[in-house]
Design a binder for this molecule. Sequence first.
Ligand code: 8YV
Length: 315
Amino acid sequence: MSDSRPELLAVAPLMPFLMDQLTARYTVHDRIHASDPAGFAQVAPRIRGVVANGEAKVPRELIAQMPKLEIISVFGVGYDGVDVAAAHERGVPVTNTPEVLNDDVADLALGLLLAVARRIPQADRFVREGGWPKGPMPLARKLSGSKLGVVGMGRIGQAIAERALAFRMDVAYTARSPRANVAHTYYATAESLAAAVDFLVVITPGGAATRGMIDAKVFKALGPDGYLVNVARGSVVDEAALIEALQSGTIAGAGLDVFANEPNVPDALRAMPNVVLTPHIGSGTRQTREAMGQLTFDNLAAHFAGKPLLTPVDR
Ligand code: 8YV
């Protein structure tokens, strides 16, 4: 008897919580497009759903190989790796996992701000490596009461701003246009925002529209006492210009959760004492990843039950 369950292609490694639910209901081909292209050519005509994550690539050419594709469900709020236009041209909806990760990504942004300003990882190393008995730790930078610039004032940007207010920070932002429901000062460009603040947090979607928008001009405007925190996508920051700015003292430091070529982080960044590095863990708590997994699964389930999608991505 043939297996009549819908067949899915997973284009990224998926957490067991999600994979177990998927395999109970679907036939899942786990990254076969990458590991076994000939095998993929055999199953591609039967694939009805793709499951991706925030980092995965679903280009036009891959979509074109799956004539029966009906849905792309992304485990992540960011879907810059998916060619949404190509999917929509084919009438294939794309879903993501908004809202459920707002708290975690905003928490990590504040964590990186504190870590880089108060040099918490460096202080930890200082104690572990026996530095304390030899003299005090050098003084750090105060965060409370300083000026914060947020690049991108969507759901997560607003969650970051909300938290920053508890630190009595003066919050300003840039976005494509001023947001009607946001009272913070608006700047039309990242450069003008950077010139007005002490800390710049990047939380704008990745993709072509924002590629390299945080560049040498922005670092110059941020200045030698300014700090950058990136919890968005590595592509938004010109990484070579960032390294140059950190090495030359054009800016004071950076807290980075995302990188241009993950999981590879340039040696230059890893060697710098004024940089705090985390491995793309913005949404990385058990609670949030389970909520994301559930939403990824529920969008697929809604589709295959002929019900409205929970969180479809607009064109
Ligand atoms: C990843 C993310 O999806 O939501 C996003 O856009 O970047 C992350 O939550 C997550 O790391 C799983 O790959």
